[in-house]
Design a protein around this ligand. Structure first.
Ligand SMILES: Cc1cc2nc3c(=O)[nH]c(=O)nc-3n(C[C@H](O)[C@H](O)[C@H](O)COP(=O)(O)OP(=O)(O)OC[C@H]3O[C@@H](n4cnc5c(N)ncnc54)[C@H](O)[C@@H]3O)c2cc1C
Ligand code: SF4
Ligand code: SF4
Length: 652
């Protein structure tokens, strides 16, 4: 084989701590290497052209590029060599950036390691063989998981582009957190006025099939052809009949259920519709609160329902849908304020979360939009807003910024001053983070026009005194202790990944970070793609962000799906497992271990059973490979002889 080696300098990224020229020189001494050079930016267009020209000029049959991680540019280089007439699997990428130049500043040691890494890649390439992919048809339906503003935008954009959409929402209505907000920063436009019509569009769009009160049970398959099992949870109400008239909710005698939509500031009935603009506007019975389902007596809703929609014998249902792409938009949940015992969240009724305050501000909320404190319904005269409760605090394992709290505190404080001009608003902050368009101006307006009093520092303690709350802390700008007598304390609780995010990620086979936010394929270049082909991200499930950014990601994810579906077929990856039937002893261990169900039995003419890989289902994870006792199952492009060639090169 005639091999060419290209060592990338990556500006000073690699060349700063690796002698790339020396690595290229040394590569010329490796078996089969007939050409080696170093280059400034190998991934650039001239860099790729240089590789293509060398393939032609030197008759190269295999290429090694020593550069960054294959995660970054393997696909780019494979395309480049293919354009010059080589099979794309006659290419190896040696990672001398993340694995060498970025590891230490010792240039000599890094150079030795880089040269070894290149030698390993050359030896592996020498035993590579051309691989060929096939094409499978794409199912042009898309699944959107989560019906918050990000998921709604993604679903509408896909449907408007002519795609059939399946939307799965865990709650009995779509809308997510935005449906709970009163007004939105920085424009202070009414949240339901801008979200409501979009929710109605989802309900009325014939291209969108909505499964509310449902969750993902299992996902199998691959890009272009996913099979999704959806658990439709029992609502105990036949939604085909329910008209959402609400008569049942008026008559239900069980009135003490936790009102999730109002963040626990009110109670609701066992059979309920979360809010008047809910989509779908259908009743659901909470089986833990229903008198009939818990104690066997009542059935009042059944008697009053004109359309006979109540079904006490309803069970969860599993439905199967086939789709070609998945957009995950499962949003977030909020930090539990009671973790900070010193603030009294969850202990004192007048220490509330900012989301609870949104509900108080809302005209459709439990107080009809009148600002009253929960303990005695009195109008507050002094309110303290405390920022970063569960954000930017490593001591509670939340070192990251929640990105929206500085802004929504400014919003809530100005709205308070609009409602109650005599109410003093104080904001305790660490830093003000307001980098969006018109955001900094918005915070300044809160301070300068609305007279909201900001003090930089930390609140140390909140405790009750009479019917007041004493807020004690430090103003680090003035270097003074402060004490405020407050009627209400609002905690800006931080954004957390949605409950169950990790489990969903496992089902979708996508990565998540240590906080449970889903990982994008590349933080700058592929922000809405995941490392699982065909699965995309939108909104806060990927990390804290505001509504404009969530909507932007929803549209971006939809356009990625449209791009994928613009073709009729998709190329399969040939880097999958294969069985050597002569060596297979039919033990079935590979079938047990495969997480994708990609291996099945095949019966030969002599009656013996052998494992058979379903190539379109196999994800090339290699578990079967590592498990098979007689080594009968191998991963193409990562076979034992190829791995051993690389390892042996290191010790040669
Ligand atoms: C107090 C407060 C005030 C705010 N005010 C503003 C503001 O004024 N302006 C602004 O720009 N931003 C504001 N934000 C931020 C805003 O709420 C978010 O940017 C926005 O809601 C993100 O939308 P999303 O669709 O990504 O997530 P979400 O709104 O959380 O929606 C996610 C949806 O997915 C569903 N879901 C979750 N898990 C699953 C699952 N496993 N299966 C199916 N469905 C699932 C959820 O039920 C939910 O319906 C505020 C945030 C807070 C906390
Ligand atoms: S279940 Fe019956 S009574 Fe209740 S909202 Fe639906 S139609 Fe009305
Ligand atoms: S049967 Fe259950 S849901 Fe229906 S009215 Fe009685 S308590 Fe309410």
């Amino acid at each position: 084989m005639r091999i060419g080696v290209f060592v990338c300098r990556c500006g000073t990224n690699i060349a700063g701590t690796v002698d790339t020229e020396a690595v290229a020189r040394q590569a010329l001494s490796y078996p089969d290497v007939v050409y080696a050079t170093d280059y400034m930016y190998t991934c650039s267009e001239p860099g790729q052209k240089e590789i293509q020209a060398a393939i032609k000029t030197h008759g190269l049959q295999g290429i090694v590029v020593a550069a960054c991680s294959p995660r970054m540019h393997e696909a780019t280089f494979r395309r480049a060599v293919e354009k010059a007439g080589l099979n794309r699997y006659m290419f190896e990428q040696a990672n001398i950036r993340e694995h060498c130049s970025w590891v230490s500043n010792d240039k000599k040691a890094n150079t030795i390691k880089a040269a070894d890494t290149v030698r390993m890649a050359v030896e592996k390439l020498r035993v590579n063989e051309p691989l060929f992919s096939s094409r499978v048809p794409i199912n042009k339906r898309v699944l959107v998981i989560g019906g918050g503003v990000a998921g709604i935008q993604a679903a509408l954009d896909c449907a408007d582009g002519g795609l059939d959409v399946v939307m799965v929402e865990r709650e009995s209505t779509i809308g997510g957190k935005m449906a709970k907000l009163d007004k939105t920063f920085p424009t202070i436009d009414c949240s339901s006025c801008i979200l409501g019509p979009k929710m109605v569009d989802v309900a009325q769009n014939e291209k969108i099939k909505l499964y509310a009160y449902s969750e993902i049970e299992a996902v199998s398959g691959y890009i272009g052809n996913f099979t999704v099992q959806i658990r439709k949870k029992a609502t105990y109400v036949d939604w085909n009949l329910c008209t959402g008239c609400g008569v049942c909710t008026e008559k239900c005698p069980s009135k003490k259920s936790y009102d999730k939509f109002n963040e626990g500031l009110a109670t609701t009935t066992a059979i309920n519709i979360p809010f008047p603009q809910a989509i779908p506007k259908k009743a659901v019975i909470d089986p833990k609160a229903c008198l009939y389902l818990t104690k066997g007596k009542c059935r009042l809703c059944e008697k009053v329902c004109q359309v006979k929609a109540i079904r006490f014998d309803m069970k969860d249902e599993i439905i199967t849908e086939e789709v070609g792409a998945i957009i995950t938009a499962t949003g977030y949940d909020l930090f539990d304020a009671s973790v900070y015992g010193e603030y009294g969240g969850g202990r004192y009724p007048d220490v509330i979360s900012a989301m609870q305050y949104e509900r108080i501000l809302s005209a459709a909320g439990p107080t009809g939009g009148h600002i009253r404190r929960p303990s005695d319904g009195k109008e507050p005269k002094d309110i303290v807003f405390i920022s970063c409760v569960g954000s930017r605090d490593p001591s509670v394992c939340r070192p990251y910024c929640s990105a929206v709290c500085c802004m929504y505190i400014a919003k809530q404080a100005t709205m308070t001053r609009d409602h109650l001009p005599d109410c003093n608003c104080y904001v305790s902050y660490m830093d003000i983070r307001a980098p969006g368009k018109n955001y900094d101006e918005f915070v300044r307006r809160a301070q300068e026009e609305y007279g909201v009093q900001y003090f930089r520092g930390r609140v140390g303690k909140v405790y009750p005194k009479g019917d007041k709350l004493i807020v004690q802390g430090a103003d680090t700008m003035l270097g003074a202790q402060i004490e405020i007598e407050a009627d209400l304390v609002v905690l800006a609780t931080g954004i957390e990944s949605a409950v169950g995010a990790e489990e969903l990620a496992e089902k979708l086979r996508i990565s998540y970070d240590q906080y449970g936010f889903f990982m994008e394929s590349h933080p700058k270049l592929r922000p809405v793609e995941t490392n699982t082909a065909g699965v995309f991200l939108a909104g806060v499930c990927q990390g804290p962000k505001d509504i404009p950014a969530s909507v932007g990601q929803g549209s971006a994810a939809a356009s990625k799906v449209q791009m994928l579906f613009s073709r009729d077929t998709i190329e399969t990856d040939p880097q999958v497992a294969m069985v050597n039937e002569l060596m297979c002893v039919g033990c079935g261990k590979c079938i047990d271990v495969c997480p994708f169900g990609a291996i099945q039995w095949k019966t030969l003419r002599d009656g013996s059973r052998k494992a058979q890989v379903l190539e379109s289902v196999c994800q090339g994870c290699g578990l079967c490979n590592a498990t098979c006792p007689p080594k009968a199952i191998q991963l193409r492009h990562c076979k034992d002889d190829q791995v051993l060639a690389a390892v042996n090169a290191l010790y040669a």
